[in-house]
Design a protein around this ligand. Structure first.
Ligand code: ATP
Ligand code: MG
Length: 570
């Protein structure tokens, strides 16, 4: 797999280097990620007490190397990659190598003088990724991905469908729209946003907002039953804690005491922590990736109960937009079309009904922050969206100047004027890709490796490894190797059945069985030694002349490889 990746990276002009895995913490302080990365970043100290990072990704390391080398526009564009160990202190490593703490990644970083050049390389990486996964025998679904919080302008993830997938993908039944749920958009299923005046007018016939007793009613379901209404007429309000908020909060409700700070010299000024009330229609969910993007925050999480009580002045479960003054109110666009809603009244056991947007409450910000789900309509063509579970194998990303700016990367143009280059990054997880190949290519007996990534092309199994059989196996293995095949000779002292099962389990594409009986075969009275040949995945073996086995497998291998990648074995 590494070789496939190298060939494709080299073909698009990316150059391989091998930086260290442990890098100075100083670089991460420059980019601001020393503070913003959270607990997944393994920070260590050396004997002198200096800070280091065990690389979870390498934007900083590469940008620092390029910073030392780059001077002229003539050196751009520049694309570099490594295939190297990464470490992320994942809370829940699982499914073997699908999500490990230590894993191998191919990561490439590119530097450009303008957006057009970045786009060109980004597209080339995207094509290379499609070829890499095809050559690995994988069916990948490229999807639009979230790029909001990272500040980038384009991002595509390469997903494989998987029952144990961590990601939810939304795909259109009618066109080729495909997106990660973090990013997915849909056609609005509500009337367009009204101006506050229009909203007031629309609410003219709605009875005034009314506070009602709702004792012992906790969940939305209970409330719907109690009021004989459905979740769609309910406004769900959640309190979120956001960190590193770039949005300007001066003058926002409840934010008077907040001050901005700078994590690093070149980093943007952000509020370290802020709380928001987020309202969405009762049958829908808040999408945290979209919310983070709307707030320009590096992370958002549901607030702790104590913070909810402080912000709403009520026990958990009674938050609502009407009369809320202690935090900026973020409205999902579904809410800006609601004018006869039920919602929490910021008081224990009380709700409002007939709450109308524009008349009874207004948002500090309105944005698309809800999670799209199966059954919603495609934003591109109006077709029906459906869901699939998937695992992310690769990710390509236009980063813009986030790292080059904060880390002070410059070059001089034709006129000697200094500029900051723009940047892209492109990653593939090798362990996870390998695991995904096995998920796509297996049966009850075990792995069925595509020939391009099989650890051996052919396994030679002697029924009993002795005498004439042993000699024949040795000669055959040499002949197969001479034909360019990678050969495993099972010389263990095991029963034939055990060796067959193991060969199936580890998924070697071709199996040759050599036994006394077939070696002694004769045709027209002359000796015609034969062996049994079987392709993994087929049930029946067939007999072939021992002298023809190597050529036959080499021919089949060539055809299969050509089908996967269009190349031939040397
Ligand atoms: P995830 O969302 O699965 O945590 P990510 O989006 O954080 O992944 P990237 O930073 O985009 O991952 O890293 C590029 C690639 O590295 C991923 O597409 C994936 O194949 C691989 N990868 C990331 N984390 C892990 C891990 N813990 N174990 C194995 N592979 C990983
Ligand atoms: Mg990713």
């Amino acid at each position: 797999m590494e070789n496939i990746i190298r060939e494709e990276m080299d073909a698009i002009g990316s150059l391989e280097i091998k930086p260290t895995v442990v890098v100075p913490g100083e670089l991460w302080k420059e980019s601001g990620r020393w503070d913003s990365m959270g607990e997944a970043l393994l920070r260590v100290k050396n004997r002198l007490g200096a800070d280091f990072v065990v690389s979870p990704t390498a934007e900083e390391a590469f940008t620092s190397i390029v910073r030392d080398e780059l001077s002229s526009y003539r050196q751009l564009p520049l694309s570099l990659y490594q295939i190297n160990t990464k470490y992320r202190d994942e809370i829940r490593p699982r499914y073997g190598v699908m999500r490990g703490r230590e894993f191998v990644m191919k990561d490439a970083y590119s530097y450009h003088h303008d957006d057009a050049s970045l786009d060109e390389h980004y597209q080339a990486q995207g094509r290379a990724y499609r070829r890499i996964f095809k050559r690995c025998g994988l069916t990948v679904i490229p999807v639009r991905a979230d790029s909001g919080a990272m500040g980038g302008s384009g991002s595509e993830e390469f997903m494989v469908e998987s029952e144990i997938g961590d990601n939810t993908l939304l795909l259109c039944k009618s066109c080729d729209y495909a997106a990660n749920v973090e990013k997915a958009e849909c056609k609005p299923d509500y009337s367009p946003r009204l101006s506050p005046d229009q909203a007031k007018e629309a609410a003219a016939d709605i009875p005034p907002v009314e506070k009602i007793d709702t004792p012992e009613v906790k969940t939305i379901e209970e409330l719907c039953a109690f009021l004989k209404t459905d979740a769609k007429s309910f406004i769900k309000t959640l309190i979120y804690r956001a960190v590193n908020v770039e949005l300007d909060l001066s003058g926002a409700p409840g934010c008077g005491n907040l001050t901005k700070h700078k994590a690093a010299p070149g980093a943007p000024e952000t509020y370290p922590e802020a709380f928001f009330a987020v309202a969405v229609r009762g049958d829908l969910d808040v999408n945290e990736a979209k919310l983070a993007a709307a707030l320009k925050a590096s992370e958002v999480t549901l607030a702790a109960d104590t913070d909810v009580i402080r912000v709403t002045g009520a026990p958990v479960g009674f938050a609502g937009p009407v009369g809320l003054k202690t935090a900026p109110l973020i409205l999902d666009r579904t809410v800006t079309g609601m004018n006869d809603a039920v919602t929490g009244a910021l008081e224990k056991d009380k709700h409002y009904r007939h709450a109308a947007y524009g008349r009874d409450f207004d948002g500090w910000l309105a944005a698309d922050i809800r999670t799209v789900r199966a059954g919603d309509r495609c934003s591109a063509c109006g077709g029906e969206l459906y869901e699939k579970k998937g695992n992310e194998l690769g990710h390509i990303f236009k980063l813009g100047r986030k790292y080059t700016q904060s880390m002070g990367l410059n070059y001089l143009d034709e006129n000697g004027k200094s500029h900051v280059p723009t940047m892209g990054c492109y990653g593939i997880g090798l362990d996870r890709t390998l695991a995904s190949i096995i998920e796509e290519h297996h049966d009850e007996q075990g792995i069925v490796w595509p020939v391009s990534v099989a650890p051996f092309h052919v396994v030679v199994i002697p029924i009993k490894y002795q005498g004439a059989v042993k000699d024949a196996c040795g000669a055959l293995a040499s002949e197969l190797e001479a034909a360019g095949l990678e050969v495993l000779l099972d010389d263990r002292d095991e029963r034939a059945g055990v060796k067959f099962n193991d060969a199936d389990l580890i998924g070697i594409p071709w199996r040759i069985v050599v036994g006394d009986k077939t070696l002694a075969a004769s045709r027209d009275g002359k000796p015609a030694p034969q062996v049994e040949l079987k392709r993994r995945g087929e049930t029946e073996a067939r007999l072939v002349d021992i002298g023809k086995a190597a050529a036959e497998i080499a021919g089949a291998l060539r055809r299969e490889l050509a089908e996967l990648d269009g190349s031939l074995i040397q």
